[in-house]
Design a binder for this molecule. Structure first.
Ligand code: TRP
Length: 392
C-alpha cells in the first residue's frame, strides 16, 4: 500500500513525517553533536532533555549563533503562538526550551501572540475571541517561568504601533510571488494572510532595528514555521540585520494518533489542554493511542513500540522526571515488561501535579502579564520598554 506523502507547512500538517526527508526538502541541517557540546558548555554543563532526546531535530545557523554568543555577541530568543483556542501540552515545548535557555544563558525573550493571524486564517472566528484566547494563552506561556525582567510580548493587535515602522520596511521587500510560492496562497486567500508573514518577521529584527546594532536571534519553533523564517532570512542581508538562527522541533503526535496534536473537529480528544479538568485528563490518557500490541499476551512476548505511541511522546517531552526514568519507561515498554495500562496510570501520576502547579503559576502571571506587552504611547515611545537588550 503506498504511504501518503506527508505535508508540513505553517497552515497544514498531515501524514507520517520523515524528518530526514523534511530537512532535505526545507534545506535545513541536523543538530550536530559539536553544537550540542558547545551549548552544554555555555549552559554550565547540562542540556535540556528536549535537545538530548531528539525532540529538536533540525536547525539553521546554530553553530554561528553559538560562536557569536561565546565571543560576546549575545543573542536573544524569539518564539510565538497563534491563539486559535486554549493551549495544550504540545504547545508548551518551545517555551520550555526557551525558558531553559533564558535561565541558563540569561538571554532576553520575545513572545509573539498572533491574534490577527488566527483571525485571518480561520473562517468564522471572531476578532475579540482570538484576542481573548491570546490573553489567556499568554498567561499559560508566562507560567512556564520566564523572567519578567527579561521578557517582552508582541501582542499583534495591540503592539502593532510598535511593530508597524519595521513591518513596513519588511513588507516592502517581500513580493506577492514569494509568499504565493512559499505558502501556497490561492486567489481566494485574504490579503491579511498575504501581509502576515511581515509581522512574524518583525520580532526577529526588532532589537537590531531598535538599537542600530546587529543583535543575533535564535528562534525555537515547530518545524512547520520554517517557511516564514526562510522569508525572514532572505531579507536579512538587504536590511543589514543578522539572519535569525533556528532550532526546529518535531511535530508532536496527537493522543488519538493524528500527525499533530490539535483540536481539529472530530479529534476533540487529540489534545491534552492545560485547563482540562482532572477527570477529562484521566479519560483522554486512558483512551490515548499507543504503540501496544493487539493482546496483552502478545505484548508481554514481543514488547511495544514507543516511537509510534502518543503517551511515550509525553514522557519524552515533558513528564519524565529525569533521564533515568525516561530510559526505564522506554526500555520496559519495548521489552514488554510494562503494559500500556500501567504506563498510563504512571504518567497520570505526573500529569495531574504538573497541571495543578501550572494553574497556580498561571494565576501569578496575571500580576505582570499586561506590563510585558509592548504598546506604543502617544508620541511614539513604547509602554513596555524592550528588555535590556544584549550589548552589541
Ligand atoms: N505562526 C505561529 C502559529 O501559528 C505563531 C508565531 C508567531 C510563532 N511568531 C512565531 C511561532 C515565532 C514560532 C516562532 O502558531
Amino acid at each position: 500500500m503506498p504511504t501518503e506523502e506527508f505535508v508540513v507547512t505553517p497552515y497544514e500538517v498531515r501524514g507520517a513525517i520523515d524528518y530526514d526527508r523534511l530537512r532535505e526538502r526545507f534545506g535545513t541541517q541536523p543538530i550536530a553533536d559539536a553544537d550540542l557540546a558547545t551549548l552544554r558548555e555555555l549552559a554550565g554543563g547540562t542540556l535540556s532533555p528536549l535537545l538530548t532526546r531528539g525532540v529538536y531535530c533540525s536547525q539553521r545557523d546554530l553553530a554561528r549563533l553559538l560562536a557569536d554568543h561565546r565571543a560576546g555577541r549575545r543573542f536573544f530568543l524569539y518564539s510565538g503562538r497563534g491563539p486559535s483556542g486554549p493551549i495544550h501540552t504540545a504547545h508548551l515545548i518551545h517555551f520550555h526550551l526557551c525558558r531553559w535557555l533564558q535561565e541558563r544563558l540569561g538571554v532576553p525573550m520575545y513572545i509573539q501572540i498572533t491574534d490577527d493571524e488566527k483571525f485571518w486564517l480561520r473562517p468564522g472566528t471572531d476578532r475579540e475571541e482570538t484576542a481573548r484566547f491570546g490573553r489567556e494563552n499568554l498567561l499559560d506561556l508566562l507560567a512556564v517561568g520566564f523572567d519578567p525582567k527579561r521578557t517582552r510580548v508582541f501582542f499583534d493587535s495591540r503592539s502593532i504601533g510598535t511593530m508597524y515602522p519595521l513591518a513596513t520596511e519588511v513588507a516592502k521587500r517581500i513580493t506577492y510571488s514569494t509568499v504565493k510560492a512559499v505558502f501556497g496562497f490561492k486567489p481566494e486567500t485574504n490579503i491579511g494572510l498575504v501581509f502576515y508573514t511581515a509581522l512574524q518577521t518583525v520580532p526577529a529584527f526588532y532589537p537590531s532595528w531598535r538599537t542600530g546594532h546587529p543583535v543575533p536571534c535564535l528562534i525555537p519553533c515547530g518545524i512547520d514555521q520554517d517557511p516564514h523564517f526562510r522569508v525572514t532570512r532572505d531579507l536579512a542581508d538587504g536590511l543589514q540585520y543578522p539572519k535569525p538562527a533556528l532550532l526546529h522541533g518535531q511535530i508532536l503526535p496527537g493522543l488519538s494518533g493524528g500527525a499533530k496534536m490539535s483540536a481539529g473537529g472530530d479529534r476533540a480528544d487529540d489534545a491534552l489542554y492545560l485547563n482540562d479538568p482532572p477527570a477529562e485528563v484521566d479519560r483522554k490518557i486512558r483512551r490515548a493511542f499507543t504503540g501496544g500490541r493487539a493482546t496483552l499476551e502478545e505484548q508481554r512476548r514481543l514488547g511495544a513500540t514507543p516511537e509510534v505511541c502518543s503517551v511515550w511522546a509525553l514522557w519524552r517531552t515533558q513528564f519524565a522526571r529525569d533521564d533515568l526514568e525516561f530510559e526505564t519507561v522506554t526500555r520496559d515498554c519495548r521489552s514488554g515488561a510494562m503494559m500500556c495500562g500501567e504506563c498510563k496510570e504512571k504518567i497520570l501520576g505526573r500529569i495531574h501535579p504538573f497541571l495543578e502547579e501550572h494553574r497556580r503559576r498561571r494565576e501569578k502571571a496575571r500580576d505582570y502579564a499586561e506590563s510585558l506587552i509592548l504598546e506604543p504611547l502617544p508620541g511614539g515611545t513604547d509602554a513596555a520598554h524592550a528588555p535590556e537588550l544584549p550589548e552589541p
